[in-house]
Write a protein that binds this ligand. Sequence first.
Ligand code: HGY
Ligand code: MN
Ligand code: MN
Ligand code: MN
Length: 408
Amino acid sequence: MVDGGRLWKRLSELAEIGKQEDGGVARLSFTKEERAAKDLVASYMQEAGLSVREDVAGNLFGRREGRDPNVPAVLIGSHVDSVLNGGDFDGPLGVLGGIEVLQTMNEEGVETERPVEVVAFTDEEGARFSLGMIGSRALTGTLSPEDLRHEDRDGVSIEQAMRDAGLDPGKIGDAVRSPDSLAAYLELHIEQGKVLEGENLPVGVVTGIAGPAWLRLSFTGEAGHAGTTPMGARRDALAAAAEVVGVVEEEASATGSTVGTVGQIEARPGGINIIPGGVELSLDLRDIDEAVRDGVEGRIRERAGEVCGRRGVALSFEELQRLPPAPCSEEIRASIAAACEKEGIKPHSLPSGAGHDGMHVAELCPMGMIFVRSKDGISHNPKEWSSREDCEAGCKILYLTVLDLAER
Ligand code: HGY
Ligand code: MN
Ligand code: MN
Ligand code: MN
C-alpha cells in the first residue's frame, strides 16, 4: 500500500522551493521557482518508473501503461504553482499523491487494464496573470489568443512569459487532449475549509466545484489637492471604491452561499496629499449555484452604479474569467465513497468553494475529487497544514479509487 513516509518527505522537499522568509511559498507560473518545482517532480516521476513528458503548455505528465495501451487513460494530478505567499499542500498533495500511487503500483506489480497518468498542471492558481488554470485550459483547447495576452503586474503577458520559459505559445493547440484519450480525471486536494475538521474526518468526497467570476473594476474620479478641496466638491475614486467594497460584502453575505472577495486594490496617483483620481479593484465572486452568483453580481453592478453616479465617479467592469460550477461525476463519487468505507472512514460529501483544474478537465471526461482535512480551514497562507496521517489517508483513498477506475 502507499508509503506515507515517502509522500511526506517529498512534500517537505518540494515545499523548500520558493520558500519565503515567513515560511510561505511563492512559485508563480513560468518563473524559475515553478521550473525548479517541475524538475524535482519530474525526478520523482522517473524514480516511480513512469514515462515523463512535458507538453507545450508546460503541463508535466508521468504515464504508467496498463494491459491495453490503446484504451483511454485515467488521469490524476493537480498543480505545483502557488499563490503569492501560499502553503505547502495546495496542489503538491495531489501531484505527489498521484506519483506515490503509481510508484506503489509499480513496486507491488499491480496490473491495471487502463494506463494511468499523473499530471502537474501549469498555473492553476492564476496568481501571476489573474486568469488561472492555464494548463487545463490548454488541455481542453479553451485558451484564447486574448487569454494569452493577460499581463502580470510588470506588464509581461502570458505568451511572453511562455517564450521566456522556452515554450512556444503559437503551438498551444498541440496541448489539446481528445475526449477519447481520457476515461476519468481524479484530483486529491486539501479542503481549504473547515467541514472535515468539524466532522472529525481525514478525507471527504467532493460533490462539485463552485464557479468563479473574476472581474476588474475601474473607478475614475478627479485627482485634487487634499488640503484645498472641500469635502462636498470631490470626485474621490477611492471613497467610491470603499463604499462598493461594502456593497460586495453585503450582497454576497445576503444569499448565505455566495462568497465575494476584493483581494487587490490600487489607488492612483497614490500621494498622501492627493485625492485619488483613479482606483482599480479585483472582484472574485463564487457560488455552487451559477444563477445565485450571477444574481449577486447583478445587484453589485446596480448598486455600484448608484454609488458612483452620486459621487460623480465613472465606473467600468472588465471580465477576467467566468466559469460555471462543475458537478463531480456520480460514478466517481461512488467509487471514492466505496474506497472510504473499505478504509473504515465514513464517506462525507461536500462542495468545493475553491476552483480546481477539474473544472476544465470535466469537459473531456468524468471528474472527481478527494479532499483531505485542512487544519482550521486555512489555505493560501503559510499556516496551511494537513497532518501526515491525513495526507496518507487521502493517498490511500486515491490509490483504491484509481485501482477501481482503471479496471472499468
Ligand atoms: O482560486 C482558487 O480557488 C484556486 O485556489 N486557484
Ligand atoms: Mn489548488
Ligand atoms: Mn489554491
Ligand atoms: Mn486545483
